[in-house]
Design a protein around this ligand. Structure first.
Ligand SMILES: C[S@@+](CC[C@H](N)C(=O)[O-])C[C@H]1O[C@@H](n2cnc3c(N)ncnc32)[C@H](O)[C@@H]1O
Length: 245
């Protein structure tokens, strides 16, 4: 059946309204960027993202970063956190100590092995371990966030899923005493994830740096003092286990 004149003009009206809403939202976003002191600071200080200040603040308070550490940065693009950690640990191209992964393209950074790959790919952990040269890491960072859908429950579930997989990976690659810092959502980690972190790390806390927008539901879980790998029964696995990475 052919579309009536009324239907056509209604469709056009909806399209105009949608376009106006999109323009208004990009204008609001642009305005927020222009007014954001962390965006201005990152441009002035040469950081690729305002996110760099979240890690700098967490480190200032909790003293996470030390020279010589090996670090994995999950969800690294555009590279603010990688810049911060590479400088702190003294990573160089000759002896790279930082491995970063993102499914988005990320410009090269001195002292950082940059992998363009989806962390959820089945072979991603093996690729990361190979990039570490088979050595253990001292710190696993995850600032991974899937694009938001606007549906709070879906966004919460997606970010917590990324955190769970990141925590599983951290257990496999961290040296005893190592730490895990990951983005979570609103109420923070709970249930099995929190219980598992508390079992495997000496200290688990949630932190919200000032650079994290106050109106955002973002929060970070910081787990320190990794006790070493455990098997499915919760028994500790020795480090020289031939199956260990
Ligand atoms: C908030 S940004 C990270 C910002 C970064 N920490 C910085 O300082 O520049 C989140 C990143 O997570 C990445 N990401 C989300 N899911 C991912 C996945 N499954 N695998 C790899 N990267 C992912 C996104 O592409 C995005 O670049």
């Amino acid at each position: 059946m052919s579309q009536g004149k009324g239907d056509g003009s209604r469709a056009l009206h909806v399209r105009v309204k949608t376009a106006r809403r999109r323009t208004a939202s990009s204008t609001r976003w642009l305005q927020r960027q222009l007014n954001d002191p962390y965006v201005r600071r990152s441009k002035a200080e040469g950081y690729r993202s305002r996110a760099a200040y979240k890690l700098l603040e967490i480190d200032e308070k909790h003293k996470l970063l030390k020279p010589g550490q090996r670090i994995v940065d999950l969800g690294a693009a555009p590279g603010g956190w990688s810049q911060v950690v590479a400088a702190h640990v003294g990573s160089t191209d000759e002896d790279p100590k930082v491995v970063s992964i993102d499914y988005l393209e990320m410009d090269a950074l001195p002292g950082v092995i940059v992998l363009q790959k989806n962390f959820l790919d089945e072979d991603a952990p093996a690729v990361l371990v190979a990039a570490l040269g088979g050595r253990k890491a001292d710190l696993v960072l995850s600032d991974m966030a899937a694009p938001t859908t606007g549906h709070k429950k879906t966004d919460h579930l997606r970010i917590m899923h990324l955190c769970e997989i990141a925590a599983e990976f951290a257990r496999d690659v961290l040296a005893p005493g190592g730490a895990f810092l990951a983005k979570v959502f609103q109420g923070g980690t709970e249930g099995t994830l929190l219980a598992d972190l508390k079992r495997d790390f000496a200290q688990v806390i949630h932190v919200k740096p000032a650079a994290s927008r106050q109106d955002s539901a973002e929060l970070y879980v910081l787990a320190r003092g990794f006790r070493g790998r455990t098997d499915v029964l919760g028994t500790h696995v020795e480090d020289d286990d031939p199956d260990a990475p």
